[in-house]
Design a protein around this ligand. Structure first.
Ligand code: NAD
Ligand code: MG
Ligand code: MG
Ligand code: MG
Ligand code: MG
Length: 333
């Protein structure tokens, strides 16, 4: 496994935008990533055409920024690089519409590996298949670029039909500002599996469940929901900010020795390592992907139920109330 994951890091000096200066990039989708890629490419002097459905509300927004907008099929037919920035669940359908527009030597490029890695999109052998993915939401990709700063990014090559996939990918990464900050070489497999594992076990699933479990434990034991909310959710941001700035040691150094000793001795008790390994296995063996694909085919019945339950949880009501009080407090300052 270590052989596959080389993880070289590239910066501006390793990349040359001239490799895509004579090319047209068709950006399909104009959401979080789409608008940022299209605008940064345009400002870097690259020809861009945005592909959106007739009647899409984003059409006007893109046109107002001076971008040329057309439908996805026309955009793909003109693009030498076709960048897939519609939602992952929609990509297989959009791919079916545009597949005949991919000429030999064109590039099909992604910002997440799910559909390639799990075989939902199977491109022809004579096109390059790459990934240039900022590790950040699109509005930051755009904002950083405008400030002259960069956003860390990923580069992966799935298929190199032309022999030029890497220099083209690096040129694209430079044009959207990712080599200013550093672009890490990875693979479709590593990006997809770490991304899914991270969002399920740690970032989105793990954290919300940790917060809910802490909140419920306190409330069930008779403590007030307001106190439980502050302790288990509100303070989390302060802790995470410290970890983000300076790692775990900065956090431990900033809290009391009592908090540090209690945390170091007790934290482990709440984590289920076997559960985490099972989550990773489900990602690796494709079980999660199959479940999510059929859930979408069935128009998301389970997803809607989970979402409703989350919305109905007491912590949402308490939080909304307290956040209002806080906003009020801040405005008075
Ligand atoms: P998004 O939901 O913000 O935007 C999707 C865009 O696609 C919208 O403009 C929408 O109008 C358009 N669209 C929807 N259905 C369409 C259709 N049938 N035909 C044409 N256009 C259609 O999506 P996003 O978050 O920018 O994600 C795009 C890609 O970037 C995904 O692969 C995602 O995994 C990846 N990514 C996202 C982030 C992030 O933070 N948002 C970060 C890294 C990578
Ligand atoms: Mg073409
Ligand atoms: Mg072409
Ligand atoms: Mg993800
Ligand atoms: Mg405390």
């Amino acid at each position: 496994m270590t052989d596959e994951f080389t993880n070289e890091i590239y910066y501006d000096d390793d990349a040359d935008v001239s490799h895509i200066e004579d090319k047209t990039v068709a950006v399909l989708g104009y959401g979080s990533q789409g608008h940022a890629h299209a605008l940064n490419l345009q400002d870097s002097g690259v020809d861009v055409v945005v592909g959106l459905r007739e009647g899409s509300s984003s059409r006007e927004a893109a046109s107002e920024e001076g971008l040329e907008v057309t439908n996805p099929v026309d955009a793909a037919s003109r693009g030498d690089i076709v960048k897939m920035l519609v939602p992952d669940t929609v990509q297989p359908t959009v791919y079916e519409q545009i597949r005949d527009e991919l000429d030999a030597g064109d590039t099909l490029q992604f910002a997440h590996g799910f559909n390639i890695h799990y075989g939902q999109i199977e491109p022809p052998e004579d096109v390059d298949v790459t990934m240039v993915a900022p590790k950040s939401p699109g509005h930051l990709v755009r904002r950083n670029y405008e400030k002259g700063e960069g956003t860390p990014g990923l580069l992966a090559i799935y298929q190199d039909a032309t022999g030029e996939a890497k220099e083209e990918g690096l040129a694209y990464a430079k044009a959207i500002g990712c080599t200013r900050a550093g672009t890490i070489q990875t693979t479709f497999r590593e990006e997809t599996e770490t991304d899914l594992f991270g969002e399920q076990a740690v970032l989105c699933g793990g954290v919300t469940d940790l917060v809910k479990a802490g909140f419920e434990t306190l409330v069930d034991a008779g403590y007030s929901p307001e106190m439980a909310y502050f302790e288990c959710l509100n303070e989390l941001k302060l802790i995470v900010d410290l970890m983000y700035e300076g790692g775990h040691m900065e956090m431990w150094n900033s809290v009391s020795d009592t908090a540090e000793y209690g945390g170091l001795t007790r934290g482990e008790e709440v984590i289920d390592r076997e559960g985490m390994e099972e989550i990773l296995e489900g990602v690796q063996n494709g079980e999660f992907a199959r479940e999510w694909i059929s859930e979408n085919q069935a128009h998301r019945p389970a997803y809607k139920q989970y979402r409703q339950a989350e919305q109905d949880h007491q912590i949402e009501e308490v939080g909304a109330r307290l956040r209002d009080l806080f906003a009020w407090g801040e405005e008075q300052e």
